[in-house]
Unconditional design. Structure first.
Length: 277
């Protein structure tokens, strides 16, 4: 069961939300990310959040052709930029498969403000829905891997990605590990009702977990964009349209604690979440 969080170290944590348009040109994508870092540094952000597949993307599907190792150009650039600017970063990327599997791994990497790689989340729920079949190209992450949570400015951030948003257990498992902010890098596929689902699910995850939600989508062909930041009471504080843009917001840690005091639904729970093989 969740325990009461400690007061934040600072009144707020500043988050830069980068709704980027990502192509299959990895060199060009790194340049776009470097621009986002400059914006984050200029606004004195604590953390930059990039979308799913920020290193390289094809709306028809992403697989081994876009995979780079953790010591490859994309993550190396993230670490260099974080070290130079002091801005932590959470970014979606694609890693090579393990054990000779020809498929790749959809991952989110966490780099702190010193440039250290502090965690990797490998996407558990692959997008085998709405006519897509990610499992043809990607291997899922282990369901029993420790949740990826990290402290940024006194708030605990927990990481999931895209299709995971449709599975409330994923978010609740992060909250059980201490998450106060749920970060959702995504390349949310466009289509009938999809933008409505994206918005509704992000708000639901915030309300039911009394957690802030930072849902960052890709812009461009085949994806929805419409990034949003939701407060723990479900109020949407930032919402974008379909176009590429970079915005910065402050997350109020004291307000989060007040919401959890007024609505102690986490303390009132009667069920736990456990991985299913």
């Amino acid at each position: 069961m969740s325990t009461a969080p400690q007061p934040p170290q600072r009144p707020s944590v500043r988050v830069t939300v980068a709704q980027l348009q990502v192509s299959d040109d990895h060199t060009a994508n790194r340049q776009v990310v470097e621009d986002a870092f400059r914006t984050a540094a200029r606004t004195r952000a604590d953390v930059l959040v990039l979308p799913e597949y920020a290193s390289g993307f094809d709306p028809r599907g992403v697989g081994a052709e876009h995979a780079e190792p953790l010591d490859g150009p994309f993550v190396t650039m993230l670490r260099d930029r974080a070290r130079a600017t002091g801005v932590a970063v959470l970014a979606g990327t694609t890693l090579p498969g393990d054990g000779g599997d020809a498929r790749a791994v959809n991952a989110v990497v966490a780099v702190d403000g010193t440039g250290a790689l502090v965690g990797v989340y490998r996407k558990v729920h692959l997008y085998d829905a709405f006519g897509h079949k990610e499992s043809d190209r990607l291997v899922p992450g282990p369901v029993d891997a420790p949740p990826l949570v990290l402290d940024i400015g006194g708030l605990t951030f927990g990481v999931l990605t895209c299709y995971d948003l449709r599975f409330p257990e994923s978010a609740r498992r992060l909250v059980d590990a201490g998450a106060q902010v749920l970060v959702v890098p995504a390349a949310w596929a466009s289509g009938e009702l999809k933008a409505m689902h994206w918005r509704t699910l992000a708000i639901a995850r915030a309300i039911e977990n009394t957690a802030a939600v930072v849902a960052v989508g890709q812009a461009g062909k085949g994806v929805t964009g419409r990034s949003l930041v939701v407060a723990p009471d479900g109020v949407v504080g930032l919402e974008m349209d379909e176009q590429p843009q970079v915005r910065t917001v402050d997350l109020d840690g004291a307000a989060l604690l007040r919401v959890r005091e007024q609505n102690p639904s986490l303390a009132n729970r009667r069920y736990t979440v456990v991985p299913v093989a």
